[in-house]
Every structure is written in structure tokens, then in C-alpha cells.
Design a protein. Structure first.
Lengths: 198, 198
DNA sequence: GTCAATAGCATACGCAATGTATGTTAATAA
DNA sequence: TTATTAACATACATTGCGTATGCTATTGAC
């Protein structure tokens, strides 16, 4: 029981550091975030950080894994709510764009993440969002809705398109109007994947 | 004439700094590149740097503008070589993917650039690549080849897709095979933009 | 129950790197 | 001829990361 409480303490420490890091990275960016400030706001020092995560990049990885998991569940929800697999695929994409609009996700997952850790597909565990999209597309191919393409390649392209759309929307003066345009273009573009009923 | 030589000297200095910066940023990444090393290899000191470019970000901007211009011409070449506007559009996209495979372009334009300077569409001058794609799509809409969509939105999505494809290819174990897959999926995807001959 | 060992975190230090403030030289303008 | 400024170099101050070291409490051995 004492051991259990000890393990809980460690998890508490890690969770508090990750929470503070999410805030700091989102607000100041990865490079601009100070580890001293970070840990101080979590009620700790850099000692705790280097003990638990190795270095600054290690902390970013932990933050990214957490956000990635959250994005995964939200995409699954959007997907499962739809009536057909194809509509689920569309909603999944739109959900991705919507999430990518949140400053935290945009800054950490889309801008700093790739710059610091390299290509997302090489991130430690797995880029969950990408996997979901790949699986969804593969299912669409199997059921005959989508033409025969490499599912991972298509997922990659779709993700990139949605990502860029989100950056565009977020940087625009009228995000609402641009969002509508982007979604319309997105829905049009993915039609190319549909199997032509020759 | 003395004035002219003076102006030439300044341009020489700027050019040498930008050249050294391109090498350093490509090799070590923006954050990892040291301004002292940079300027020393250019035969100068940090004084010249801060006088001509303001700060480190200013230097990155100058580098990006140069690379952006180079990419623009290469895309135009690929575009103009094709026989039809639609084929030119496809070749333009493939050319972009090919360029994005070069480590220098990938690191500076696709990874560090957005992380440091924010969304490319907000970059000082203009993101030339994006403009070309937008114009090409608009021309396709005008000639009736492509269905009525927002040209800029479509260009954004296409660019993002190509960008992500390049990152994927570059990080893969077998770039050649993955490149083929990506291009195939790309060609399939953009078919969605074609006007259906109803 | 005592003692060694280690996990978890804090403190202290060294080093590198950016930005700024201050020179220095040469060209330009009055 | 002299004053001013552009173009760069040098010197300085600050910040911030990573590591080495120190402290405390828990665990395990006997």
C-alpha cells in the first residue's frame, strides 16, 4: 500500500509536468518555453523533469502522446456517429480540421512537433490519427466504395491536406468563412478516391 | 561608381550570409545552427548579421524567400512543359513532391519555417508555390476542366497533401517505392477536382 | 530492527548561444 | 576639411539547457 502510494506520487508528478508543459508549449511555443518557468508553475524544479523525461524533447514527446490519444478518440467518435463508412470518413476528416484549429493542437502537434521530432509517422508509439484514417480508408476499399489505392498513402495525403487547411483557416482574418471554403474543397477533393461506377 | 561598388559589397555580404545560413539550417536545423559558426564560415561576425537581418528569424526569412523563388521557377518549368493545362497541374504537383524530398527544402521550408515563422501564407512576400498552384487551378476552372471550387482552398489542400507525402517518403526506409505509391495516390486524389461530365 | 541501497527530486555549476551596446573605419555630404 | 552615417567588429550581459552532486525517504536484506 505504501508502494502503491509511491507509484501514485510519481504519476502525479509526471501528470503535473505534462499539464504545465502543454500550457507553456501552447502559449510560448516549444523553443520559447522555459523549463524553469514550466517546472516552477508545476510546483517542482528541473530536477524532476530530467529525472522523469530525460530532456526537453522527452517532455515534448510525452505531451504529444497525450494529445495524440485525445485526438484519436475524438476522431473515432466522429467516425462512429455517421451512418455509412464513407460519411464516417468525411466526418473524421472534418473533425481533424476542427481539432487542428485549436491553438494548442496546432502549435504543438502541427508546428513544433514535426520541427523538433521529425516526421510524425516516426513518433515513438504511433501517430494514432494517421492510423485511424488508414484503417478507415482500407475499410472503404474492402467494401468497394473506394478505388484501389495504397491506403496509407491516401491517408497521408488526406491528413496533410486537412492539416494545411487548418493552418490556413487559423491564420486567416475570417476563420469562419475560410473554414466553410476549406471543408467544401475537402469534400470535393476526396471524391477522387471514390470508385467510378464504370 | 564608388557608390555602386559599395552597394555591391553589401549585396555580397548578404549573399554570403544567406549561403552559409542555408547550409547550416539544412544541416543542423534552425535551432541547432549557431550564429557564430554561421558567420565565421562566411568570413564575417555576428555584427554583420544583426546589421543586415535584424535577428536570427530575419535571416531565416531571407533564406526562405530565396528558396521559395527557386521553387517557383522549377514549378513553372514543370507546368509549362506539359501539353495541357491539366497535365501541367499534375506535373506541377509531382515536381513539388520531388522538391520537397530534398533535405534542404524539407528541413527549412517544411519543418523549421512554419514552426518559427508561422503559417506560410503569412510569410512576408508571398508563398510563391501556393500562388502558382492557385493560379493553375483557377485557369482549370475557367477553361471548364475543373469543377467550381475555391481555387485557393483547393491549392491549399493540394499543397498540404504533397507536403505530407514528401515527409512520408523522406522518412521511409524505401523512398523510391514509397514515392511511387504517393504519386499514384496523389494523381487519384486530384481527380476529385475534375468536373463530372453529367 | 538496523543498515545498505536506490528511487525521486532539489541544488549548484558549467557552457553555449542570442541579442545589445559600444567601438572602429571608410565613404558621403556639406 | 569636417561631420555624419553606413557597415561591420568587439565586448558584454543574460538566459537557458544539461549534468553533476547532494539530500531524503522508502525498500530490501539479514
Amino acid at each position: 500500500m505504501a508502494a502503491k502510494r509511491r507509484a501514485q506520487m510519481v504519476e502525479e508528478t509526471r501528470a503535473r509536468l505534462i499539464r504545465a508543459a502543454r500550457k507553456a508549449f501552447a502559449a510560448k511555443g516549444y523553443a520559447g518555453a522555459s523549463m524553469d518557468d514550466l517546472t516552477a508553475k508545476a510546483g517542482l524544479t528541473r530536477g524532476a523533469l530530467y529525472h522523469n523525461f530525460g530532456d526537453k524533447k522527452g517532455l515534448l514527446q510525452a505531451v504529444i502522446e497525450q494529445i495524440d490519444a485525445e485526438m484519436l478518440t475524438r476522431m473515432r467518435v466522429a467516425h462512429d456517429r455517421a451512418e455509412t463508412e464513407w460519411l464516417g470518413f468525411l466526418d473524421e476528416g472534418v473533425a481533424y480540421i476542427e481539432m487542428a484549429l485549436e491553438p494548442e493542437i496546432q502549435r504543438i502537434m502541427l508546428l513544433d512537433g514535426p520541427a523538433v521530432l521529425g516526421d510524425p509517422s516516426r513518433w515513438s508509439n504511433q501517430n494514432a490519427c494517421l492510423r485511424t484514417t488508414t484503417q478507415t480508408i482500407q475499410a472503404l476499399i474492402d467494401e468497394g466504395t473506394v478505388t484501389s489505392v495504397d491506403a496509407e498513402a491516401a491517408a497521408r495525403l488526406i491528413n496533410g491536406a486537412a492539416l494545411n487547411a487548418a493552418l490556413w483557416i487559423a491564420a486567416s482574418d475570417d476563420p469562419h468563412a475560410v473554414f466553410a471554403k476549406a471543408v467544401a474543397a475537402f469534400r470535393q477533393l476526396v471524391i477522387g478516391l471514390l470508385k467510378t461506377e464504370a
